[in-house]
Design a protein around this ligand. Sequence first.
Ligand code: FAD
Ligand code: DHB
Length: 391
Amino acid sequence: MRTTVGIIGAGPAGLLLARLLHRAGIASVVLESRDRAYVEQRQRAGILEQDTVDVLRAAGAGERMDREGLRHDGIELRFDGRRHRVDFPGLTGGRAVTVYAQTEVCKDLVALQLEEGGPLLFEAEALAVEGAETGTPRVRFRHEGREDVLECDYVAGCDGFWGVARKAVPAALSRVFERTYPFGWLGILADVAPSHDELVYARHDRGFALLSMRSPTVSRLYLQVPTETDAADWSDEAIWDELERRLATEDDWRLERGPVTQKSVTPMRSFVHEPMRHGRLFLAGDAAHIVPPTGAKGLNLAVGDVVTLARALVHRRDTGSEELLDSYSETCLRRVWQAERFSYDMTTLLHPAPGATPFEDRLQVARLDRIATSRAARTDLAEAYTGFPLD
Ligand code: FAD
Ligand code: DHB
């Protein structure tokens, strides 16, 4: 099998890259190790930055998002039982975010790819990327019980944190920057209308809680839990009780309960692999970097990477110049590190660490108080939350 760009992984990064290349007339093949249902149903991100929305729209993948996505003009920060709104458009010159789940973005992109795009092979597991330093890189993969080779001009490693693409970068050239956190998120989906019309980020001495949503009738909620937590150890009632404690306010706000339809624990990690390019192999999305979920940057970063990569590949085809391919890693990493910084700041702002001293607890509240009372501090948060502009 032969193509121009071999794409490993049909998450948001791989699917959007295939779409952008198709629109530009560049051929690609997408290899995805899991089946279609898995890709379309895996619960993950829910918040799209303004630029992500614009990119999906421009790629012809925004029709359902425009109909069903919920524009959010702010978030609420809760601490010490008090509520403080951060108004995005007022602080950023009109920017906002959109609630539209990753599952829906993937469904839309899969449908478009199968209708209009190049091959998208499910249950096709990439085994290794070979010859990245040569002019003819290859992806060895297994599909329908047989091993095969995809020969390409370029390979895009969009295969997430656990993928194989990153392993093709020689250890001597790799630099890894990493931090793990001593807590994770227990997340639930529930068939109940969200109890607030905007997201609520709550700091409580018992731990962080987040009220989010997927639609006007489906709530998504998270609790900070110790890393080794098994979701099965938490009954639905215990989860609602704990959410109620951590989200409690001084006023008459109430948390509505409903049937829990999904429950899982997500670990928290910060991770950056540099460089994001080796020869003709380009890493994009979670294959190159992970942020802790607080602040909802993961999916949006993946979009930024593939927009940069698609642009560079089109530039190469149109002008013969490798300039943008050469600067790919540096361009992406500038944005990646800003998102790493913001996600780290949001995480350490809102999660009391196990064993934190009373001094550290007070500092967290003081940082939150600063955001609540200073327009400059709120502006900094709002600019980062709604997204750093794509170059
Ligand atoms: P992925 O979505 O991981 O896609 C990679 C794809 O590659 C997968 O489909 C995988 O099956 C495939 N693949 C892997 N190995 C191979 C192989 N060898 N061959 C072929 N295919 C392969 N972000 C937020 O903003 N908010 C959240 O609430 C949030 N929650 C998350 C919860 C979890 C459990 C995780 C893991 C991440 C979460 N994220 C969240 C992050 C966000 O979902 C990711 O940043 C986003 O999915 C990145 O997209 P991607 O395409 O780079 O990688
Ligand atoms: C969601 C996830 C986040 O990490 C976040 O900061 C906001 C919302 C969500 O899954 O809805």
